[in-house]
Design a binder for this molecule. Structure first.
Ligand code: ATP
Ligand code: ZN
Ligand code: MG
Length: 334
């Protein structure tokens, strides 16, 4: 197990790792990885863990999935109990106005998705039905509803803390739905999934301490599940040419770390099942938040990818939790 936390030593390893987490290693053939993903997906469907909803990355979940998923979430919450974080829950959609302030559309237009609704009259409805009758697409008759599907569950909190956070900052426990338009047959890459985040808003020092202090705790927790975990510097998949620069910058400044596990075996890239992120003043500036000392607030969040951890457990230990090693069941209180 390796933790690359030191800024200077992290940077060189980072460029390889960050590319490696999204692209296949040289010896890895895309076909072999595709086959490994298909095999896991088939097994989860055949063993009744997931139900295919007919769109890539959208699944129904059965009792056995929920049993493990709930245990993972409860263990994640227990591991962060010392934070005494304020609990907040939000709907799976956010107002366009708050989405705007996060600047998400500038960085991830390809992942964003908006809600539309029908606002027309009888005539438009008839036109819609006629198009549908002809077998044509009819969603063009819907109008934007000024609502976006939430892509990262910490988004709504920044607009709610007012213009100043008190001395010591504030910490939040936020569990919610995420939607990202990245259809895939990889059962680890869903379109609709859940993150449990622990967010801190405070000073540059308290935000960095939150991110850094949580890393060993998350690492130990995920390893207690019997998973092989590496903590690696990572980058977000910022869109386009400018995005490549942003991603490089994120790695060089060691802002984001991912907890990766080799779900598809040692010959394939490991998959991120959780992450720890330092946003610096990104949200503080966008939402006009200051810390008690008057400076622009900094923030950080750690995110447990609940479905990814759950599926990594099924991949590592099989689809019958009653057969899992006793230590793993005990760590999960299963
Ligand atoms: P990746 O590079 O693998 O797409 P990410 O950098 O986009 O991950 P984050 O934005 O850090 O992921 O989200 C926090 C966590 O949410 C991830 O570590 C992962 O466990 C989970 N997650 C992200 N995208 C997905 C997805 N499409 N399906 C399921 N879980 C996801
Ligand atoms: Zn977050
Ligand atoms: Mg992603």
């Amino acid at each position: 197990m390796t933790i690359h936390l030191d800024h200077d030593t992290a940077a060189p390893a980072a460029s390889e790792t960050a590319v490696g987490t999204t692209a296949a290693p040289v010896e890895d053939s895309a076909d072999a990885l595709g086959a490994a993903r298909a095999e896991l997906r088939d097994r989860l469907l055949a063993d009744g863990v997931l139900l295919d909803l007919g769109s890539p990355g959208l699944y129904g979940r059965t009792g056995v999935f929920e049993r493990v998923y709930s245990a993972v979430d409860a263990a994640a919450v227990r591991s962060q109990a010392d934070l005494d974080a304020e609990v907040l829950r939000f709907p799976p959609v956010e107002p366009l106005a708050s989405f705007e302030r996060t600047d998400y559309i500038a960085s991830f237009p390809d992942l964003a998705a908006s809600i539309s609704g029908f606002t027309g009259d009888d005539r438009t409805h008839r036109a819609l039905l006629a198009a549908r009758e002809r077998g044509e697409r009819w969603e063009g008759f819907l109008e934007p509803a000024d609502l976006m599907l939430t892509p990262a569950v910490c988004h709504p909190v920044y607009g709610l803390v007012g213009d100043t956070v008190p001395e010591g900052g504030r910490s939040f426990d936020i569990l919610g739905d995420s939607f990202r338009r990245e259809p895939s047959l990889d059962p680890m890459r869903l379109q609709a999934f859940h993150m449990h985040e622990f967010v801190h808003i405070g000073t540059p020092a308290s935000a960095k301490a939150h991110r850094d202090d949580r890393i060993p705790v998350m690492h130990a927790l995920l390893e207690s599940f019997g998973l092989e975990i590496d903590v690696v510097p990572a980058n977000d998949p910022f869109f386009g040419r400018v995005g490549q620069m942003l991603a490089r910058n994120q790695v060089e400044q060691a802002l984001k770390f991912e907890f990766v596990t080799p779900v598809y075996g040692p010959g394939h890239d490991a998959t991120a099942i959780s992450s720890a992120n330092l946003h610096e003043d990104h949200f503080g500036t966008a939402f006009g938040i200051r810390s008690a000392d008057g400076g622009v607030a900094h923030s950080a969040c750690i995110a447990f990818g609940l479905e990814r951890i759950t599926i990594a457990l099924f991949a590592a230990h099989g689809t019958d939790p009653d057969e899992w090693p006793a230590a793993v069941r005990s760590a999960l209180a299963l």
